[in-house]
Design a binder for this molecule. Sequence first.
Ligand SMILES: Cc1cc2nc3c(=O)[nH]c(=O)nc-3n(C[C@H](O)[C@H](O)[C@H](O)COP(=O)(O)OP(=O)(O)OC[C@H]3O[C@@H](n4cnc5c(N)ncnc54)[C@H](O)[C@@H]3O)c2cc1C
Length: 320
Amino acid sequence: MSVLIVIDAANGSIKKSAFEALSYGADLAAKLGVNAVGLSLGKTKGDLSALGQYGVNKFIQINADQLPSDDPSVLAAMVSEMVSREQSSVVVFSHSLSGKAIAPLVSAKSKAGLVTGVVGLPITENGFVVKRSVFSGKAFAHVRIDSALKLISVNPNSYKVNTGGAAATVESVTLSAAAPRINVIDKQNSTNELLLTEAETVVSAGRGLKGPENWGMIEELAKVMGAATACSRPVADAHWRPHNEHVGQTGIAIAPTLYIAIGISGAIQHLAGVNRSKVIVVINKDPEAPFFKAADYGIVGDAFEVVPALTAAVKKLKGV
Ligand SMILES: Cc1cc2nc3c(=O)[nH]c(=O)nc-3n(C[C@H](O)[C@H](O)[C@H](O)COP(=O)(O)OP(=O)(O)OC[C@H]3O[C@@H](n4cnc5c(N)ncnc54)[C@H](O)[C@@H]3O)c2cc1C
């Protein structure tokens, strides 16, 4: 028996969300008294045995030649095959773009209960009950999974990353992959150098910036901080910034370690997409702006004075 943990990788690099999922899956496996097995559906660089530090006993890499397209149904079929092979009772995904695409297909194929956006280990004393975040992080629900195979996707930034586990055994597996039904023929990178959903730090700005011509200072601050840029919805609607930067209820939901909100009022629909950030810093000239209520640190001041001063201070600190 095992807990199977499907990890995210991009361009060969394993993502931070994968370390959280591996740690979650390893702790769950220890709780259930079964093996923890990591599974990569993408080519991954580096010493895979070192992933044992997160607590997994074994790590499986699907033969690189077999990794077809980005067709999630092909990848889901591979996960299902690994579930049988590893006799898994639980499969853990990251609640990421790929996890969101693959997990429901595995659920449908295996008739397995799926709970998404999980934020803690299950309570197993009376059934298998997981806690998930609902209403954009405003509340939690406890959900019991009754099927034999249980599927979970773990919210980013909601589980500690383990350290100090022993080296994992690494296996390369060849599967009978189905022919993809869709093929991605072209991918275009967004203007953001960093993927918004992956960034540790996000510098975000709103209508308080007055116009698109003023974004230079936001981009400069983001650059010196190694951050991604984001914006409020009216800013994207007015085409001041591209829509892939729009965060909030109707945009992307993010959970960076540091979120800096500049000239954004803090409407509930904006907060819905950013309130899982670990630390929120608000810069607003209106001391009554609602965002200050959600902030860990606040600066009441004019963005056009504060942001250049902040950029200069970060440059000085970093010696650049
Ligand atoms: C169904 C629905 C869904 C929505 N979804 C989203 C969503 O996903 N994301 C989202 O962001 N919004 C969303 N909205 C819109 C949301 O309600 C707000 O209207 C929006 O977030 C406001 O954007 P803002 O804070 O940039 O602008 P404003 O509300 O205009 O706020 C600008 C802020 O800048 C400050 N300011 C002005 N000048 C300066 C200065 N020089 N220096 C510093 N501060 C300054 C002001 O004090 C003010 O607080 C949604 C609305 C609805 C109805």
